[in-house]
Write a protein that binds this ligand. Sequence first.
Ligand SMILES: [Zn+2]
Length: 302
Amino acid sequence: MDERPDPAAGTRTRHVLVAGIDGVRLDVLERLPARRLAEVRAAGFLAPILVDEDTPTMSGPCWATIATGVRVGKHGVWANDFSGNRLGQFPDFATRLTRGLGRRTYVAAAWDPLVLARDGGPLFAAPSRLLYVATEAHTAEAWEAADEAVTADAETVLRRDPVDAAFVYLGAVDETAHLHGCGPRYEAAIANADARLGRLLDAVRSRPGFGHEDWTFLVVTDHGHVDEGGHGGRSDLERTAWIACCGPGVPAGSAPRHAVRHVDVAPHVFHALGLEPDRHWTFEGTHLATVAVPAQFAHAAG
Ligand SMILES: [Zn+2]
């Protein structure tokens, strides 16, 4: 055993990337290769999330729960118009990290109320750095172009800049389902999002300091879709979302100890950064505690 002190001991830093991909049905995902998401799953786990009984299966409420760590009854985002929200009292994790804790955060999105003072937004109020890309039309193609611009900027930032926590939102999959249903075009949009996720992972891994950084990757969707495209109801197809996670405390061959909820994402961001959430924040979730999956079950897990 080599007893010399590790020169990097004590100097390792913790970081988190949350990739939000809107409206990806778990059953459709499971029949696609989604090779880059599979990397995250293999290094940790992928688990279903059931949108809770009180929450409309709509993007606004679900992303607000993901970003704030509290449910609709507290954050007050009940629809895709965020007006009347209480995000001032229950802010997003990036704003808490930057304003209260001095961490460097980055948020990139092309859906207005996530990052702009439009439609009752922004959900992400004051990250250190923010990218908004305007979609040029209500078409799947325009959303693909916007996601591409979001990904390109995120790649640049993640490759070289100081970032403690990032949230990158991809919206083309959801828009494609709304306009074209959950058929071949939807599957192609999921493949595109998977490739963009891969570029984000590659950007992180190419960081000059990556060898001294511990990264947690969270990939999450907000809700599902009915076959013809659309959501908002209480069917299993609409209520079933999912999350994939890997990083410190979430190793390969692990599974969540408890059923995962959207409200667990923000607490896990703080946990992954080695930070204890303030109890005054009244988080309604917990970080993602895991258990080891016996090897003979590991392949079928999730
Ligand atoms: Zn959505």
